[in-house]
Design a protein around this ligand. Sequence first.
Ligand SMILES: [Zn+2]
Length: 255
Amino acid sequence: MLKISSIMLCLFLLFPITGCSMKQYVAPGDESSHGFTHMSTPIRNTSKSSGQHGNPIQVVNNPDSIPVLVNKENKLPDGYQPKDLVNPKIPFVFGGELTSKRKMRAPAAAAIEKLFAAAKRQGISLLGVSAYRSYDTQKVLFNYYTKKDGYKAALAYSALPGTSEHETGLAIDVTGGNGECAAEDCFARTKEAKWLQKHAADYGFIIRYPKGKETITGYQYEPWHLRYVGKTIAQKIMKSGITLEEYYHAIPVNK
Ligand SMILES: [Zn+2]
């Protein structure tokens, strides 16, 4: 087990483009390395374990639901593994290695294939950067950082196992065909990002961490992080300019 864990960790350290932000190399493959303060979300929590800011973390009871809400305060059950992971037929920034990072749940995989194809028809070239990440991988990473820097410090830049959307198999980080600005702020200014903002919902995806919603999602603006929620919900969310959190709690944002 230790040997497997070490191998997994090495793979992640060797291939840092694994998650949402490239700004801090310390937590490859981790979305919560942005350092800003996550304000409390309007989510009712019941369990006793604590999240990043001391709030209790609720374990979601519908982990297989397509529009499941997973964030720093709502985690997947320990060891959760989606049952319908497949390899979407889309190009990735990396070669043949790390095939597990390509995986997505079947409906999300079919949708991302359609999205990539539509983009291509309109002269927009996209590449996948990182999709599925297993609970065990996240656990290995988090434990490694806890050992290195202590639990509290690790929490500041690494996600607790179960709280990363990539563990649902419904999220994918993408970038432009030239591979530049992969999971970096400059991606926001690219034509690919603009196309995604306009068209992702037509294929059931939302820009999960929009600009200006940092205190609600707990994440900085990540124009590259797409989350599959299904077409109906995606269109509602993107049209209203709200987040998945707001969708579930009906907070009025366009008064
Ligand atoms: Zn991501």
